[in-house]
Design a protein around this ligand. Structure first.
Ligand SMILES: [Zn+2]
Ligand SMILES: [Zn+2]
Length: 282
C-alpha cells in the first residue's frame, strides 16, 4: 500500500504506536460501543489478494495450512489469473473459501496492465474490468461472486465503485483503509453496499496490517517476531470488535505464519467470510 502524505509518513515512522494510542484507539472505542450496542459480535476476517504469480505459487501450501486450522478465508482474485490457472482457483472454492472480484487485469499489474490506475480509468472501463472478471469466474468456475476489492485500495480507491457494484447486484466491498473511514474501521453502508474497511497496524497507524508493509516497504518494517507480536496485540485489544486482515500469499513464508493461525484459535475469534458477515448483518 502507498502512503500518500508527508504527515502520514511522519506518523508511521516517528510517532507510531503513540499516535495510535492517543488518536486512533479512542475513536475505535467510541465506534465499538455502538457496534456492540447493536449486538454485533467479535468478527474476524482473513483475506488474501492474489496479485502476482508469486502469490499463486504459495497457494497450495496456504490452502493446506488453512485446512489444518479449519479457517475459511477470502481471496481477492484477478480474472486473467483464473483463465491461466483454473485448477488452483477451483481448489480454493472446493475448500470452502470465498472469492471476491479484484478486476480482470488489476490496473497497474506489471504483467497484464502496466501504467494504468484503476481510479483514473473512465467509469465504463472501470465497469468493464469488474464485469469481465465476474463473467470469467462464472464461466470457468461456475461461481457467482458478490463482493469486490479495488486494486491498491488506499490510493486507487474511489467511491465511484459503488454504483458499478450495484449494477452487478454485489452486496459488499472491502476496499477502504480503516483509519480513513468515519467509522474508525467498522463496517458501514454506501449506496446500500456494505463496506468492510481493512484493519490498520497499531505500530504504523496509516498502514494496513498487511505483510507488504511489514516485509517489503522502504520506510517502515517489522521483524517476523514483531509482526506476530503486533498481531497478538491486535487480537487482544480488539476483543468484541471487528478485525479485517489482508495479506499477500507471496510474503507468508517470510515468517512463522502458522503461529498467526494458532493465535487465531487461541483467542477464539469468530472467523467469518464477507458473505457470511453480510448475511449476519441483515
Ligand atoms: Zn491487488
Ligand atoms: Zn506495522
Amino acid at each position: 500500500m502507498k502512503t500518500n502524505s508527508l504527515f502520514e509518513v511522519f506518523v508511521n515512522s516517528i510517532l507510531g504506536k503513540r499516535y495510535y494510542t492517543t488518536f486512533v484507539a479512542p475513536k475505535i472505542e467510541t465506534n465499538r460501543k455502538s457496534w456492540i450496542k447493536n449486538k454485533k459480535e467479535n468478527y474476524f476476517m482473513l483475506s488474501f489478494d492474489i496479485d502476482e504469480q508469486k502469490d499463486i505459487k504459495n497457494l497450495p501450501w496456504l490452502l493446506d495450512l488453512l485446512n489444518k486450522y479449519k479457517i475459511k478465508a477470502i481471496f481477492a482474485i484477478i480474472g486473467k489469473h483464473v483463465e491461466q490457472h483454473p485448477e488452483i482457483y477451483q481448489q480454493i472454492i472446493n475448500n470452502g473459501h470465498e472469492l471476491i472480484n479484484h478486476t480482470y487485469s488489476h490496473p497497474d499489474n506489471p504483467e497484464f496492465n502496466p501504467n494504468k490506475h484503476f481510479h483514473t480509468l473512465p467509469n465504463e472501463e472501470k465497469f468493464l474490468e469488474i464485469e469481465k472478471c465476474h463473467r470469467v469466474v462464472k464461466k470457468i468456475l461456475n461461481y457467482e461472486m458478490t463482493g469486490f476489492r479495488v486494486p491498491h485500495f488506499g490510493y486507487q480507491f474511489t467511491e465511484e465503485i459503488y454504483p458499478l457494484l450495484k449494477k452487478l447486484n454485489y452486496s459488499y466491498s472491502s476496499s477502504t483503509v480503516a483509519i480513513r473511514t468515519k467509522t474508525a474501521g467498522f463496517p458501514y453502508k454506501h449506496d446500500n453496499i456494505w463496506e468492510f474497511p481493512i484493519t490498520c497496524c497499531q505500530d504504523h497507524p496509516f498502514c494496513i496490517f498487511d505483510t507488504s508493509h511489514a516485509f517489503r516497504a522502504k520506510i517502515v518494517s517489522h521483524t517476523s517476531k514483531e509482526y506476530i507480536k503486533s498481531f497478538e496485540q491486535l487480537l487482544k485489544s480488539n476483543k468484541n470488535s471487528f478485525i479485517n486482515i489482508y495479506q499477500d500469499p507471496q510474503d507468508l513464508k517470510k515468517f512463522n505464519y502458522e503461529k498467526m493461525l494458532i493465535l487465531l484459535k487461541k483467542y477464539k475469534l469468530n472467523t467469518v467470510t464477507y458473505q457470511q458477515l453480510t448475511r449476519l448483518l441483515k
